[in-house]
Structure formats: structure tokens, C-alpha cells
Design a protein around this ligand. Structure first.
Ligand SMILES: *Cc1c(COP(=O)(O)O)cnc(C)c1O
Length: 452
């Protein structure tokens, strides 16, 4: 039997990130200034981000070198294993070959440190000693807290209130790495107070937490910068180490995927695994199908519209052209907190609009059903976000059985679910509810899209 795990040596760690902007069929529409609605200049975003990050955001260079101090930290958990899910294949009685790229082996338990350490590094190089950020499920807060501890920086995390309550140990982990964490919406910021005045019981959203964290940076007089865990071009580029390693590992396995799958919240783990394979489709005659999977409660690709919208809820930050459900939309409180974002990465949105990728939306009960089946076959308990990709990988494998043909399936295992056991408790106890697609709330939110 061929190997279960395909492991690269540390010498094979990628030396450059892949910047898909070099190969796009049409250029990615720029961010717009929130007031003038003109393309944001580097100076406009300089209060939020350090210059090397701003330049990466708009770069058209195909390859961007990974600085050695970042590679040194990557080596704590990278290269990550590519795993053949033999036991799952057997359980599904499928002729399909299922591979997953295991990003759950990072110390924070997800792919998020792949960009967190990069952002901390470039800020520290510019002399910044303090970062602020938001976190949905807590994964990003953990990743940035860890990265800041490596570079001896302060870190302030606004954590979406439902997650803060549902996941006390993510909060503890953030504090263990030395960061400060506050439930959002909070009384600490103008944005938070504005939301609380309207809705004192607001469960919070990523958009609200982004408003709070970016306000802290924008009003710090340059002391604190802001860091975003997904959505932006530079974040997706940092994550391409996932796909570049996967390409080498699939080659070692002697196979090439027919289908590449990732879950999408803001689009970073999906972009990370998918962009190098999309490049192979464009430039090297490959024909992999690329599938993004999102929750039915927050289906920005499948139900949103492609338009300029605010990335944050209060409408103070830059506007991005993206698939959006409206920046005022508050998604139902599903357990995949990391997928509760009203928008989608501009790059992923553009590729979807252009027909380079497909998208599917799922209810959480079918997601948890797949997660439990995966855990019982392969051992690892998926994060609820990750389980969206697991579900579709399994569905594709079952289809292969029904069609009686071999198919090679690759999905990104974006993180483990060890801090999500209360969600598993609810599922196992038969208490997990599915939410209908909140069509009216979305229509209402879409009526507040900004004019550009
Ligand atoms: C944050 C997170 C996601 C969703 O964010 P993306 O930017 O879309 O990747 C998915 N899976 C895990 C485990 C996460 O922590």
C-alpha cells in the first residue's frame, strides 16, 4: 500500500508565496476609500498596515520571497503532512482516493498562523510593538497572539461575543500567549458603544469586531497597527504555502487531484490550497475542479451579490468589491464561527464571478454528521469550519462510487475542533438546530449597500 502520509523535509519548505494577481484574467478591483470612494492609496491605509504589507496587497509579482526569519518560524509546524484518508475511503466504500492537507498541526490548531507570523514580522520590522485584531471562532486570535509572542509584541483581540461565551478555552489560549482579549461588541470603542446602544444583547459579528479592532489602530497615533486574518490579498497569498506544498506532495504520491475543496469564511484557507492549482489550470493545461464550501446561514458566494461593500459593520473601513450579503447582515449563530462573515475575499469573489471556481452551501447538521464520520474513520476531530470541506469531499467520494470511477479528491483540513466540543455535544445530544437561509434579513442588509 502506498504511504499514508506524504511528508516533505524542512529543506522542501517553499521559499516564495504565489501571488495569483500576476496571472488573473482581469485585474482585481482595488479597495476604495470609505469617504471619497476613490481607490485607496497606500497613505490611506498606512494608519492600519505597515508598508511591506500594503505593497504586497497590490503587488503583481508572481513570486514573493518568504524572509528567512519567517521560514524559521514556519518550520515549527511546516511542511504539514498530506494524508491519504484510506480508512475514510474504506468506510465510504469508494474507488475515490481522498487526500487532505493537514493544517491542524500548527500550535494554534489551524492554518491561521501561516499569515499571523508574517504580519507580526513586517510590523515589528517597522518598529511597531502592538497589534489589534478581531477573532470569530477564536482561531485567528490564537494565531496572532502566538505570533506576537514570538516577536515580543503586544496584542489586543476583540472576540465575537457568542464565541467568547461558547469557547472559553480559546480565550484562555489567547491569554496564555500573552494577548489581551475582550468580548465584542464592547464598551471600549466608539463602534462597540454604537452597536450596544441599538442592541444591548448583540451576539457580535466579525464585521463588528473588525470595526472595533481597526478603530483602536486608527486612533492610536501610530502606536498600534491592525491585522486581518483573512479576506485581503496579502493574507491569501501568505496561505499559498499550503497549495505549493500540496502540489509537491501530490507529485510524490504520483497523482493529481480531479477536485480541490476548501471551506470559505473570508477565503484564506481556500485561497491557500486552491490558488496554486488554479494557476496549473490556467498555465499548465490542468483541469482540476475547484470547490468553495460555505454555510447556508451565511452564503456570501452562492446567494450574495458581487458589489462594493464595507468590510466592517459600521462602515468606517475601506470598501472592497466582493460577494456580500450586506455589511449590516448578522448571520445566525452557527457553530462554525469562522465562516460567519458577510463578505468574501475580493480574489475569491473575482474567480467565482469569472467561473474559475464553484461554490456550495451546507446546513450545519449535515456538516457535523460528516465531521463525526471523519473522526471515527481517521481519528482527527475537524473544526466545524473544516467539516464543511469534509462533507463535500465525502459527497464527491460517494458520487465516484455511484459513477463507478476513480477520482482523486484533495481537501484542505484547515483546523481541528478540540475547542469546539460544546458544538459536538449539542450535535451528539440531538440539539443542533439548522437555520433556514435568512433571505429577508439578507434582502434588508443588501438594501444598505453603499453607493459607489
Ligand atoms: C478561520 C477559519 C476558517 C475560515 O477562514 P478562511 O479565511 O475562510 O480560511 C476555516 N477553518 C478554520 C479552522 C479556521 O480557523
Amino acid at each position: 500500500m502506498p504511504d499514508k502520509k506524504i511528508i516533505l523535509s524542512e529543506k522542501e519548505l517553499p521559499t516564495a508565496w504565489y501571488n495569483i494577481q500576476a496571472d488573473l484574467p482581469v485585474p482585481c478591483p482595488p479597495l476604495l476609500h470609505p469617504v471619497t470612494r476613490k481607490p485607496a492609496t497606500p497613505d490611506d491605509v498606512a494608519p492600519l498596515f505597515p508598508m511591506p504589507i500594503i505593497l504586497q496587497e497590490v503587488s503583481r509579482e508572481r513570486w514573493v520571497e518568504i524572509p528567512e526569519p519567517i521560514r524559521e518560524i514556519y518550520r515549527i509546524w511546516r511542511p504539514t503532512p498530506l494524508v491519504r484518508a484510506y480508512r475514510l475511503e474504506k468506510a465510504l466504500d469508494t474507488p475515490a482516493h481522498i487526500y487532505f492537507k493537514n493544517e491542524s498541526v500548527s500550535p494554534a490548531g489551524s492554518h491561521k498562523p501561516n499569515t499571523a507570523v508574517v504580519q507580526a514580522y513586517y510590523n515589528r520590522q517597522e518598529g511597531i510593538r502592538s497589534l489589534s485584531t478581531e477573532t470569530g471562532a477564536g482561531q485567528w486570535g490564537c494565531a496572532l497572539a502566538m505570533a506576537c509572542s514570538f516577536f515580543d509584541m503586544e496584542c489586543k483581540v476583540y472576540m465575537v461575543k457568542v464565541s467568547y461565551q461558547q469557547k472559553p478555552y480559546r480565550r484562555s489560549l489567547i491569554q496564555t500567549w500573552g494577548a489581551q482579549v475582550t468580548a465584542s461588541p464592547s464598551n471600549e470603542t466608539h463602534a462597540g458603544r454604537q452597536i450596544l446602544a441599538k442592541d444591548p444583547d448583540s451576539p457580535g459579528t466579525l464585521g463588528i469586531a473588525i470595526s472595533e479592532a481597526s478603530e483602536v489602530a486608527a486612533t492610536s497615533g501610530g502606536r498600534t497597527k491592525y491585522s486581518l486574518g483573512s479576506v485581503l490579498n496579502h493574507v491569501l497569498m501568505h496561505q499559498t504555502v499550503i497549495g505549493e506544498e500540496s502540489l509537491k506532495q501530490m507529485e510524490i504520491a504520483g497523482e493529481y487531484p480531479d477536485v480541490v475543496i476548501g471551506c470559505v469564511g473570508g477565503g484564506s484557507n481556500f485561497g491557500g490550497i486552491a490558488f496554486p492549482f488554479i494557476r496549473e489550470n490556467w498555465l499548465n493545461g490542468k483541469k482540476a475542479r475547484i470547490i468553495a464550501v460555505e454555510p447556508m446561514s451565511c452564503p456570501s458566494l452562492t446567494k450574495g451579490i458581487y458589489a462594493y461593500d464595507f468590510g466592517d459593520t459600521t462602515g468606517t473601513g475601506p470598501l472592497a468589491k466582493m460577494h456580500t450579503l450586506g455589511h449590516t447582515f448578522v448571520p445566525p449563530g452557527i457553530h462554525a464561527g469562522g465562516l460567519r462573515y458577510h463578505g468574501m475575499a475580493p480574489l475569491v469573489s473575482l474567480l467565482y464571478d469569472h467561473g474559475d471556481i464553484e461554490a456550495l452551501a451546507l446546513h450545519q447538521s449535515s456538516v457535523f454528521e460528516a465531521a463525526v464520520q471523519f473522526a471515527r474513520a481517521e481519528g482527527i476531530v475537524p473544526a466545524p469550519e473544516t467539516a464543511h470541506a469534509v462533507r463535500i469531499a465525502m459527497d464527491e467520494a460517494v458520487k465516484a462510487r455511484e459513477e463507478g470511477r476513480k477520482k482523486v479528491i484533495l481537501f484542505n483540513f484547515s483546523g481541528h475542533g478540540h475547542f469546539d466540543m460544546s458544538a459536538y455535544d449539542r450535535y451528539l445530544g440531538g440539539e443542533l438546530e439548522d437555520f433556514e437561509y435568512p433571505s429577508e434579513k439578507v434582502q434588508e442588509a443588501l438594501s444598505h449597500l453603499p453607493e459607489v
